[in-house]
Ligand binder design. Structure first.
Ligand SMILES: [Zn+2]
Ligand SMILES: [Zn+2]
Ligand SMILES: [Zn+2]
Ligand SMILES: [Zn+2]
Length: 174
């Protein structure tokens, strides 16, 4: 019945400045305010990237990448002694020797060691001629055909990468 300890709680705020009770303090409003989300733009990938000093490219394996600048080619072909800076370049080169041809034409089933060889071969079927002579407008299936045309018909000296054998339709030693 007689509660002795029924005293009023003290004003914990100490400096009681809120006697008017006019409203909430500003602190509760600041809490609900939408805060701008920081967008750092970093990819979610977890792997660490190294920045190349030469080309500012970010790579996963800096030591391997640096070979493109230093010219170091530690991977050499055991068949023709050709050297490569990247191991996967050597691996794809090895198909030349072991006859592996993973890319096949879906129309005539002919197989090719390289994707670009298959793609340029396929133009035989599709009739696609993406290389047009800018002088006479004649179109050609292969780049080297256009270059031959330029040299023969228009007497144009095409210096740029003439030695590129990329567009060869294939050996066909079947
Ligand atoms: Zn680099
Ligand atoms: Zn080789
Ligand atoms: Zn084909
Ligand atoms: Zn022409």
């Amino acid at each position: 019945m007689s509660s002795a300890s029924n005293r009023m709680p003290e004003n914990l705020g100490g400096l009681g400045n809120n006697m008017s009770g006019d409203g909430v303090s500003t602190s509760s409003m600041a809490r609900s305010a939408p805060r701008p989300r920081k967008n750092t733009g970093t990819p979610p990938a977890n792997r660490k990237l190294f920045k190349c000093d030469y080309c500012s490219k970010e790579v996963t394996n800096l030591r391997v990448h640096l070979r493109v600048h230093t010219g170091e080619k530690p991977y050499s072909c055991q068949y023709c002694q050709k050297s490569f800076s990247q191991v996967n370049t050597l691996n794809s080169h090895l198909r030349v020797h072991n006859g592996e041809k993973p890319y096949s034409c879906d129309i005539c089933k002919k197989s090719f060691a390289y994707l670009y060889a298959r793609n340029s071969h396929r133009r035989i079927h599709t009739g696609e001629k993406p290389f047009a002579c800018e002088i006479c407008g004649e179109a050609f299936t292969y780049r080297y055909t256009l270059k031959t045309h330029l040299a023969k018909v228009h007497d144009q000296n095409v210096n740029a990468a003439v030695s590129a054998p990329s567009e060869d339709p294939g050996g066909g030693s079947g």
